[in-house]
Ligand binder design. Structure first.
Ligand SMILES: Nc1ncnc2c1ncn2[C@@H]1O[C@H](COP(=O)(O)OP(=O)(O)OP(=O)(O)O)[C@@H](O)[C@H]1O
Ligand SMILES: [Mg+2]
Length: 255
């Protein structure tokens, strides 16, 4: 699906991503792990077109997409969620979905503001799609609730629904279970599995090792911007470099 070759991103004197090569396999759940500041989010920003790489090549389905902006990448089927979920706090969950969908699909901002014919025609479809997305992520029961009043786990589900609105082929999830409790984490893992079962390729960044180990087909480990290991959960679990550099020798969580 996605081939990343010798990609680097430099911020002044800091090499946030350093000469990373990897592949994101279609139809799989790919995970990126690593300590805080390892370059995981920067790596996502490179793949989703938010940042242009300082060096290296990115190919999507064999086509060179290096340096394409985020809106082009979205149209090519790459969607993402952010580590912190920004919502319109005073609007309802459903309205967040409708506006989010509108901003991510054909009617541009001018259409939204001027309410053109195309926009009106899309409005009903939009509402139906928004409901459908909420149903898919298990939030249909809170569609009328104010976004500012929902739980962190529900926010994470809204973020996923928003990303799914563009009908992506590749979905990048930046800490989809960040700040949620263990039972809720299991629920989010089940949702990610359901997305993958629909044929959407998933790539996720997460710190929660139990979730990663049970979900991921393949794990890439970053440390100080460099790829230090890659493999199946079983391979990563026993990889000395990962235990030393990332988890620390007394970190039992990975086992
Ligand atoms: N826009 C930026 N400008 C300057 N430095 C940046 C920028 N974005 C990230 N960095 C730096 O690049 C490094 C990698 O950051 P990044 O956010 O990618 O890490 P991360 O692995 O996602 O960490 P976390 O687990 O805490 O989310 C950090 O040292 C960070 O301070
Ligand atoms: Mg991050």
């Amino acid at each position: 699906m996605l081939e990343i070759e010798n990609v680097s991103k430099r911020f002044g004197g800091l090499l946030a991503v350093s000469d990373v090569s990897t592949r994101i396999a279609a139809g799989r759940i790919n995970a990126i792990i690593g300590p805080n500041g390892a370059g995981k989010t920067t790596f996502f920003n490179l793949i989703s077109g938010m940042y242009r790489p300082t060096a290296g090549t990115i190919r999507l389905r064999g086509e060179d997409v290096t340096g394409l902006p985020a809106d082009r990448m979205a149209r090519l089927g790459v969607a993402r969620t952010f580590q912190a979920t920004a919502l319109f706090e005073h609007a309802t969950v459903l309205d967040n979905l409708i506006v989010g969908h509108r901003l991510r699909t054909r009617s541009g901002l001018w259409d939204v503001l001027l309410r053109t014919r195309r926009c009106r025609a899309e409005e009903r479809l939009c509402r139906e799609k928004a409901r459908c997305a909420l149903d898919f992520v298990g939030l249909e029961h809170i569609e009328e609730r104010r976004a500012g009043d929902i739980t962190q786990e529900q926010r994470k589900r809204v973020a996923i629904a928003l990303a799914l609105a563009t009908e992506p082929e590749l979905l990048l999830l930046d800490e989809p279970a960040g700040g949620v409790n263990p039972e809720e984490t299991d629920g989010l893992a089940a949702l990610i599995r359901k997305i993958a079962n629909r044929g959407i390729t998933v790539c996720l960044v997460e710190h929660k090792m139990r979730m990663i180990m049970s979900l991921a087909d393949r794990i890439t480990v970053l440390d100080h911007g460099e790829k230090i290991a890659e493999g199946t959960p079983d391979e990563i679990r026993t990889e000395r470099a990962v235990i030393d550099a990332y988890l620390g020798s007394d970190h039992a969580d990975v086992q």
